[in-house]
Design a protein around this ligand. Structure first.
Ligand code: 5AD
Ligand code: SF4
Length: 459
């Protein structure tokens, strides 16, 4: 087993695996989805084509996540199944990347020595080099340690996009916060911002390639630019970036995720309101409605301050839809703390929420706190929170019945081939009667509503 230090083949690559088939399995968040698209793009540069399943794959990549679940079980379960395939077909190449690989590389190799390559969160641009190395010299692992630099951001890598008109664009990697429940700073390192000119160049290239919608990605987009040197008279900030991306011709929708409630300010809200392409959509993670729990989470705001910022955003951006993340069952959360979360959710009236049961991540401060909540209690709270949010989401969607909205088609609906699935600027899913190609913009009248989608007719 080799680690680190393999020189990278930087010159333009001649495809060496023409016609071979690759399969990518992605666990986790949008960052991982984005990373998987990049790695698929690299496999295709090398001549490979997508495989339908493991049975016809020559290369299988598992892109792991360790944010919310015990990804271990899932990874080792997958690797167990792959071992049987590899016993029959020793030429099968098995690669493991992402957060869990970054954190546990030696363990992965020790538990599953049939794996060919283990690589970390900032090493994905090296996937072909590592694969070449493994084929010639045997299993290899590589993670970033304190070496990550801006050049590790996969800015110029080709990409295989799942939805051709829609693309993710990384603006920062890593996170400088220290939320006590969160493993991200450990596995993704210190925050590094990409230079604005590089981001704008990438967005222009995407627009030239037919992309009309981009989602800017970072763990805390509001702190974008804090690490960048002066540009002109002052350093670039996220509000500037929104405006600059907003000038790129052909980009009609800009989204971003996630801002941090402690850092979002009026300058960003004004840039959202004043930049036509920026969608009327804000994802602002609340995590808890209890001031005490927020303090224990080290989130840096109170519920009152959160609600003030939310109201300011709604007042500044007409037609804004909001969403959030909430964790239930954080260590020490009492029934009264939980009730405060319900109260804030009731008051905030988010259009949608991603809700999670707290899961201790080894290595985080919260994992060793006293007062860990029993699973049954957390599940029961989770159910109450979910039903409250469902009611609110439904009420907000019902209020849209009769209105006409611009939607962007994602192609035929998976459930009903006589309809398309499309999205509003506010990021709501609408099933619209009739067929329109993926990437088409149209207007639809909303006829019916459910908590998580709308039904409409083209106008
Ligand atoms: N347990 C449960 N949810 C978590 N999240 C992050 N870490 C944990 C954890 N240990 C959730 C937060 C975050 C979202 C991306 O994942 O709500 O905003
Ligand atoms: Fe994790 Fe907090 Fe950073 Fe988000 S801001 S990635 S929750 S540490």
């Amino acid at each position: 087993m080799t680690t680190l230090g393999i020189p990278e083949v930087r010159e333009r690559r001649t495809p060496t695996r023409i016609g071979k088939r690759y399969l990518v399995r992605t666990f986790g968040c949008q960052m991982n989805e984005h990373d998987s698209e990049r790695m698929s793009g690299l496999f295709e540069v090398d001549g490979m084509v997508p495989a339908a399943d493991v049975a016809d794959a020559d290369v299988v990549l598992i892109n792991t996540c360790c944010i919310r679940e015990n990804a271990d079980n899932r990874l080792y379960g997958n690797l167990g199944q792959l071992k049987a395939v590899k016993d029959e077909r020793p030429d099968l190449r098995i690669l493991v990347g992402g957060c869990l690989a970054q954190k546990d590389r030696d363990l992965v190799m020790a538990k599953a020595p049939w794996v060919d390559v283990v690589f970390g969160t900032h090493n994905l641009h090296r996937v072909l080099t590592l694969l070449d190395h493994a084929e010639e010299w045997g299993p290899v692992t590589e993670i970033w340690e304190e070496t990550a630099s801006i050049d590790d951001v996969p800015s110029s890598l080709p990409s295989h996009r799942e939805v051709p008109h829609s693309a993710w664009v990384t603006i920062t990697i890593g996170c400088n916060n220290a939320c006590t429940f969160c493993i991200v700073p450990t596995v993704r390192g210190k925050e590094i911002s990409r230079r604005p000119a590089d981001i704008v160049r990438e967005v222009r290239a995407l627009a030239a390639d037919g992309v009309s919608e981009v989602t800017l990605l970072g763990q805390n987009v509001n702190s974008y630019g804090r690490d960048l040197g002066l540009e002109g008279s002052r350093r670039p900030i996220f509000a500037d970036l929104l405006r600059r991306v907003g000038e790129v011709e052909g980009i009609r929708r800009i989204r971003f995720t996630s801002p941090h409630p402690k850092d979002i300010r009026i300058d960003v809200l004004e840039a959202m309101a004043e930049t036509a392409a920026v969608c009327e959509q804000l994802h602002l993670p609340l995590q808890s409605g209890s001031a005490r729990v927020l303090r224990a989470m080290q989130r840096g705001y109170t519920p009152e301050r959160f609600l003030e910022k939310l109201r300011l955003a709604e007042a500044t951006i007409p037609g804004l839809a909001t969403s959030t993340d909430i964790i239930v069952g954080f260590p020490g959360e009492t029934e009264s703390d939980f009730q405060q979360t319900l109260d804030v959710v009731e008051e905030a009236r988010f259009d949608g929420a991603y809700m999670f049961i707290y899961s201790p991540r080894p290595g985080t401060a919260a994992a060793t706190m006293g007062g860990q909540i029993e699973r049954g209690v957390a599940s029961e709270r989770f159910a109450r929170l979910t039903s409250l949010q469902q009611r609110i989401s439904l009420e907000k969607n019902v209020a849209l019945i009769g209105s006409t909205v611009e939607v962007l088609s994602e192609g035929a609906s998976r459930k009903d081939a006589s309809m398309i699935t499309a999205r509003t600027r506010t990021n709501k899913v609408v099933h619209v009667a009739g067929i329109q190609p993926s990437g088409a913009f149209l207007h639809a009248r909303i006829d019916r509503a459910a908590p998580s989608h709308l039904m409409g007719t083209p106008v």
